[in-house]
Design a protein around this ligand. Sequence first.
Ligand code: NAD
Ligand code: ZN
Length: 342
Amino acid sequence: MEQITVNLNNRQSLVVVGECLDNLQKYFKGRSAYIITDRNLDGYYRKRFPDCPVYVVEPGEKSKTLEVVGDICRWLLEQGADRGSFITGIGGGVVCDLTGFVAATYMRGVKFGFVATSLLAMVDAAIGGKNGVNLDGYKNIIGTFTQPEFVICDVDMLLSLPENEFINGMAEVIKHTLIKDNKGFAHIEQYNDRILARDRNEMVSLVSHSARIKAGIVEMDELEHGERRKLNLGHTWGHALEKVTGLPHGESVAIGIAFSANLSVKKGLMKEEERKRLLGLLRGYGLPAENPSVPSDVLNALIKDKKREGGSIHFILMRGIGDTVIEPIDVNELEKFALDGV
Ligand code: NAD
Ligand code: ZN
């Protein structure tokens, strides 16, 4: 078992990798607990949930709405939940975002924790205290920064995760190594087979390594004024692409990472051999690295995107594998590069 403590001003959040769902009850510390989960997790694991009230949402992004938040809060009221209650989300990023937001706002805030069940939630969504819901098609537009008390990562639960969802999570794992972990990159390059087989020891080490990188960045910059922006590597282009094409998040991020690598080489920051190595690794995990869409559509989506600041957009570029830098890119330069160079 690996433990990571996320230290933030006067609060701490504990990430426990390799812990078992069966031990969840002890983290409630005698408080009256309520569980939020989705229908898939409920189907696979309900028998192993602690004995307490459970609210089940539909799986997927469509549950991240204020309507669902309202339904859950109404249910909590009916159940008699108060400020001393404890809420736990058992699920992927959707359940974690929803649970975190409900817990941060119900009666002005109750304590909460997560059992993160998807690879993406274990290494990314459950860590860092961001939570929120979508509004009218705008992602994560309403939310708070509130840290969970604990994040349990039971890596055995990854065995029921569908293959495409596992690969989605790998895009974020790869992203974390690119930001600041050259050795970690070499490891996932070398042990591709074991990782794709979801070997237990490999999963404990992969998840704890990746979660530690995210936790370290969040500790430096909880409210995303600087360093935390590096976590957007591949996401500026990736989000625009996801919006235009409807490609899965992980695939869009992989293409976004490749786009950043291309731009980094073009600007003389990254060596061509490193870019090739990176594209090879993405493909080795079944992730795409080429742009399938008409770049002008993606560009239009991007220029309208909230990340636009004045005449430039902040891009996360790479000086090499494990070494990232935040660079404002002029919109005109970006347009020229995207249309000629992808
Ligand atoms: P998800 O929660 O929809 O899970 C993906 C699918 O896998 C769902 O159908 C779910 O039921 C299923 N699933 C999850 N764990 C399973 C398991 N162990 N066995 C079987 N099936 C399982 O999506 P996700 O990819 O985990 O998360 C995406 C969400 O996370 C997005 O809404 C995104 O905005 C959010 N996110 C938040 C942050 C943050 O910092 N708060 C960071 C990244 C992503
Ligand atoms: Zn992402």
